[in-house]
Design a protein around this ligand. Structure first.
Ligand code: AMP
Ligand code: TRP
Length: 333
């Protein structure tokens, strides 16, 4: 049985990196899996500075992005993490079997602490090195194991969190009895999309460098015009010497389905400007059906809420089953 789970924090509109690195795989997997659950992990989103006034809207933005990108409510459950309280309950239980030394060595933790410290945001002080940043991957393990999921499509930056999920699951099984399966990360190679301004960094939700899936065509064109390249002329894949052009070639290839070699040949003797303009059109075309569908969904918020509520009810049932098993073994039931 293949049981898929994945989630994204609602920290901004989804961008091309999220799509190519994560959601594209979800859409493929939901057709093959016996169970597929996709979550907007709003309880993870509040571990770093955020704006409570806009948060509900931000969560809905990601829900709309999921549906428009092809998450199919007939095949998958689409949930808001905080609407299924069993996530936090299992998270707490996992806290009781997770040594701090498994958490504070994780590079993602160290990175987050320094990001929060440097962010300079008004409320960042209250977040400095909070317990929740450390416990973040414990809640993530609970997200996954609550549904006995065994396949998790994520970007390669999440690999260590999946390893930790397996360590926690194995420890539970060892101490209390066999409940949790082994989990595999489903990572697609070559799907790391870099920032258009600084190709040494990942495209991300913060800053203006990301191409949001819902960006208007003219915004997309302007962003590609400004994309960093190099002082050379050749359109050639070379991640070391030509990281900007290589990133653009990757995006071009993944969205058009053309081989990178073929694109290089097509642009032999042509300049960066022409290449970037054409790429902008490839992206605009690719995103059009997504954006049309998103606009349709925006017109019918009741329908979207209905999808969420149905999914969440079903998820609570599945979750409670696992949680009862866990509590029974722990002497809590
Ligand atoms: P985040 O936006 O950091 O919450 O990440 C959500 C999901 O998208 C995770 O599975 C990430 O690994 C993936 N992801 C985020 N940014 C990128 C990127 N630039 N390229 C590829 N995958 C990404
Ligand atoms: N930590 C993940 C990220 O930053 C988000 C996440 C939370 C997640 N819970 C999850 C991903 C469970 C996969 C499965 O992208």
């Amino acid at each position: 049985m293949t049981k898929v789970f994945s989630g994204i924090r609602p920290s901004g509109k989804l961008h091309l990196g999220n799509y190519l690195g994560a959601i594209k795989n979800w859409i493929e997997l939901q057709n093959k899996a016996d169970q597929a659950i996709f979550a907007v992990v709003d309880l993870h989103g509040i571990t770093t500075p955020y704006d409570p006034k806009n948060y509900k809207e931000q969560v809905m933005d990601v829900v709309l992005d999921y549906l428009a990108a092809g998450v199919d409510p007939k095949k998958s459950l689409l949930i808001r993490q905080s609407k299924v309280p069993q996530h936090t309950e299992l998270g707490w239980i996992f806290n009781t079997i997770t040594p701090v030394s498994w958490l504070d060595r994780l590079p993602n933790y160290r990175e987050k602490v320094s990001q929060v410290e440097q962010s300079g945001e008004e409320n960042s002080k209250s977040y400095q090195n909070n317990l929740s940043i450390l416990a973040y991957p414990v809640l993530m393990a609970a997200d996954i194991l609550l549904y006995k999921s065994n396949l998790v499509p994520v970007g390669d930056d999440q690999k260590q969190h999946i390893d930790l999920t397996n360590e926690i699951g194995a420890r539970f099984n060892h101490v209390f009895g066999e409940v949790f399966p082994n989990v595999k990360a489903h990572i697609v190679q070559g799907a790391r999309i870099m920032s258009l301004q600084d190709p040494s960094k990942k495209m991300s939700k913060t800053g203006d460098e990301g191409i949001a899936l819902s960006d208007e065509p003219d915004v997309i064109r302007a962003k590609f015009k400004k994309a960093t390249t190099d002082s050379g002329k050749e359109i050639k894949f070379d991640e070391k010497e030509k990281s900007g052009i290589s990133n653009l070639l990757t995006i071009y290839s993944l969205l058009s389905g053309k081989d990178i070699k073929k694109i290089e040949a097509d642009y032999g003797g042509k300049g960066y400007v022409e290449f970037k303009n054409d790429l902008a059109e490839v992206v605009v075309e690719f995103l059009k059906p997504f954006q049309d569908k998103r606009r349709e969904l925006e017109k019918d918020p009741k329908h979207v809420i209905q999808i969420l509520e149905r999914s969440e009810e079903e998820a609570r049932k599945l979750a409670q089953k696992t949680l009862d098993e866990v509590k029974q073994l722990m002497g809590l039931l």
